[in-house]
Write a protein that binds this ligand. Structure first.
Ligand code: ZN
Ligand code: ZN
Length: 432
């Protein structure tokens, strides 16, 4: 009989809650997760779990080795917070001004630690190896931490046969898991456009090229890419989130800068939106006597679940929580660095319901009042633990239980040895 974690979350519930609250009080921005990483290492050490450091700066890899032979499964949590001033007033609110865990990565890290601790406790019956991947800089798109962790050799010694991650989700109640085969999260790109005209006196526009008027045309025209160039049955969003230009009411502006994001699921849709954006912006600027400077950053690729492992998440959630635990959900056009792991290793990403019952309207991720229902924490630990065990069992059946261990490459060769990762990821990005 395989290991069963139904109801076992309670064994670790209090500890996970305390760990989460600690991380919540002391949030750290992307690439700066020093204390968080130290705390992760402290808990792993205390539990006797092997760990390795030096991946993407602050990244940590915990290794739970089952006492029975088997394959390898990875579980990932992100550790970074956001530059947001918390508006919640609780006794564990952020103690760092202007920094907040507004995306629930405090909960992800705490739940992954809880999962590691629980699996370690039952390692006698664990058939295979479970990798605990603590990732930095998820919020720093398009750089992220996933690619750098792989380049730094996080999976050189232990190569996962499948990889999973969960994200807290305010749109689902506690006890529900959102998962889909195929795209779960979108391509997330960032664009900065500078429109250069020629300034002058507000009363003499004929002597100028008004950068504000040109930008006005550009912003309106960009939305026609969505309504006229994209198949109406496909998804795409262009949002301009920032605009800056001009100096005074009676001076015609010579320069305007706008910043925005392009979200899509399919690479062919992204390619079309991107191409049309360049054509439109340059065309409008030129026709009005201005010039445009476009900086387009290809961000996170879509997070695409494999059919097999998305189904496994569903099966595990239903077995643990009940048949109604996996309602139909639509994918999100939010960006997610986990997609980069899924390019190289099959797996699945799913949402863990954390809605606050007392709130009529939930605050979204990245909101200064974002909060989770902590009763979801032990459930998240149970789902992750059971998922690791069930995935291992499935993999062991498929592969006859032999362990797949690749010898660890020496540090100096890591970047070079993994250049195929760059090429593959960049190849996909440039295809877009
Ligand atoms: Zn986020
Ligand atoms: Zn997040």
């Amino acid at each position: 009989m395989e290991l069963q974690f139904k109801g076992r979350g309670i064994e670790i519930e209090q500890k996970v809650k305390e760990i989460r609250r600690h991380f919540h009080m002391y949030p750290e921005l992307s690439h700066e997760e020093e204390q968080t990483a130290k705390e992760v290492q402290r808990h792993l050490k205390e539990a006797g779990i092997e760990f390795h450091t030096g991946f993407a700066g602050t990244g940590v890899l915990g290794v739970v080795k089952g006492e029975k032979p088997g394959r390898t499964v990875a579980l990932r949590a992100d550790m970074d917070a956001l530059p947001i001033e918390e508006e919640n007033e609780t006794d564990y609110s952020s103690k760092r001004k202007g920094v907040m865990h507004a995306c629930g990565h405090d909960a992800h890290t705490a739940m992954l630690l809880g999962t590691g601790l629980l699996l370690q406790k039952y390692k006698k019956d664990l058939a295979g190896t479970v990798l605990l991947v603590f990732q930095p800089a998820e919020e720093d798109a398009p750089i992220g931490g996933a690619k750098a962790m792989m380049e730094d050799g996080v999976f050189d010694q232990y190569k996962p046969d499948a990889i999973f991650a969960q994200h807290v989700w305010p749109d689902l109640p506690v006890g529900q898991i959102g998962v889909l085969p195929g795209p779960m999260m979108g391509n997330s790109d960032r664009v900065t456009i500078e429109i250069h005209g020629a300034g002058g006196h507000a009363s003499m526009p004929h002597q100028t090229t008004d950068a504000i008027i040109v930008t006005n045309q550009v912003i309106n025209a960009l939305q026609t890419i969505i309504s006229r160039n994209v198949d109406p049955l496909e998804s795409a969003v262009i949002t301009i989130g920032r605009i800056e230009g001009g100096s005074r009411y009676n001076v015609i502006a010579d320069k305007v800068t706008i910043e925005g994001t392009v979200r899509t699921y399919k690479n062919e849709v992204k390619k079309r939106v991107k191409e049309n954006l360049f054509k439109l912006v340059n065309g409008i600027a030129e026709s009005m006597g201005a010039t445009a400077n476009i900086e387009y950053l290809d961000g996170y690729l879509a997070t695409v679940n494999s059919q097999e492992w998305a189904n496994e998440v569903k099966d595990v959630a239903q077995a643990l929580i009940g048949n109604d635990a996996t309602p139909h959900v639509n994918p999100s056009l939010g960006g997610e660095d986990f997609g980069r792991f899924l390019i190289h290793y099959p797996g699945a990403y799913y949402w863990l319901g954390t809605a606050i019952p007392s709130r009529d309207v939930q605050k979204p991720l990245h909101d200064p009042q974002f909060e989770i229902d902590e009763s979801a924490l032990s459930l998240g630990v149970e789902v992750m633990s059971q998922l690791a065990v069930n995935a291992l069992e499935k993999l062991n059946e498929q592969h006859g239980g032999d362990q797949y261990v690749v010898s660890r490459k020496n540090k100096s060769s890591k970047r070079g040895a993994n250049s195929s990762i760059d090429q593959m990821a960049e190849g996909i990005a440039s295809n877009c």
